[in-house]
Design a binder for this molecule. Structure first.
Ligand code: NAP
Length: 260
């Protein structure tokens, strides 16, 4: 299927590795010009080189900072023109049970997980409205639908992002802009390895044993490959997904236990 997004300008946040990198490379393979960011510009270089410098722009940007987002948006517009596609993403927020979380951890979680999305959408939507075409996809987590004890901040804010996805989708639907959220289950990235180490330690088992046990809970019996998630995101960013908006879609091998 031709996704119909050749030459579209895509901004993919937090894309030097893991899920963001897979999304950036998949959109590039579909012919998009891709602007990627992360806090460490050196870590972005291999992604930019893999895509090819002609079609990729790498900008150092901490998505929890409004000024950084503005700089990234301006640099993208200057190089490629205004963004047609925006994929919001960030590192995982602080992971701890409620009573161990300090005020500051909540505040940094809100800035990096919620406000980065609000701010990036505010920057990108006016030009999408002018051109009557836009695709916004929020990369969040299955914990938006099925909270997890260790992920108190993430579970709270990701449910909020599903609320934002729906309310924003309604408000820009007639401008040809779709807004959807993709909720990953378990993909074996550095973030997932970090969480496995914390959980394995708490349970007195090795990280390998923890991973083996947690795979058994997934109906498909395995962790996902980041490319399997990226394919879904690319579809939602495409011309072909023109009538899908306001959805919060889990990509999780069946992990989420609810019906809706
Ligand atoms: P990852 O492999 O650890 O990659 C995180 C990426 O985000 C890196 O490129 C990192 O680069 C960048 N980043 C972190 N903080 C940033 C910031 N403040 N500003 C800009 N870039 C930042 O993580 P991942 O597994 O791909 O996870 C991506 C997101 O999906 C996270 O929010 C995670 O909670 C969520 N998620 C992941 C899974 C999973 O199974 N992997 C499941 C559910 C949800 P720098 O460090 O250089 O900034």
């Amino acid at each position: 299927m031709d996704l119909g997004i050749r030459n579209r300008v895509a901004m993919v946040a937090a894309a030097s590795k893991g899920l963001g990198r897979a999304i950036a490379e998949t959109l590039a393979a579909e012919g998009c010009r891709v602007s990627i960011c992360a806090r460490t510009v050196e870590a972005l270089a291999p992604v930019r080189d893999a895509i090819g410098e002609e079609h990729a722009l790498a900008v150092a940007c901490d998505v929890s900072k409004a000024d950084d987002l503005q700089r990234w948006y301006d640099a993208t517009t200057e190089r490629f023109g205004a963004a047609d596609i925006v994929v919001t993403n960030t590192g995982g927020p602080p992971a701890a049970p409620f009573l161990e979380l300090a005020e500051e951890q909540w505040r940094s979680g809100i800035d990096s997980t919620l406000m980065n999305v609000v701010r990036l959408c505010r920057l990108a939507i006016p030009a999408m409205q002018e051109r009557k075409w836009g695709r916004i996809v929020h990369l969040t987590s299955f914990v938006a639908k099925q909270p997890v004890e260790l992920l108190t901040v993430s579970s709270t804010l990701r449910a909020g992002l599903s609320g934002l996805t729906k309310t924003l989708a309604d408000q820009v639907a007639r401008d040809g802009i779709t807004v959807n959220a993709v909720l990953p289950g378990h993909f074996l990235t550095d973030r997932q390895k970090h969480l496995s180490e914390i959980r394995a330690k708490a349970q007195g088992i090795t990280p390998e044993e923890y991973l083996r046990r947690s795979e058994q809970v997934i109906p498909m019996g395995r962790y996902g490959d980041p490319r399997e998630l990226a394919n879904v995101v690319a579809f939602l960013c495409s011309e072909r997904a023109s009538y899908v908006t306001g959805a919060s879609l889990q990509v999780d091998g069946g992990l989420y236990r609810g019906t809706f």
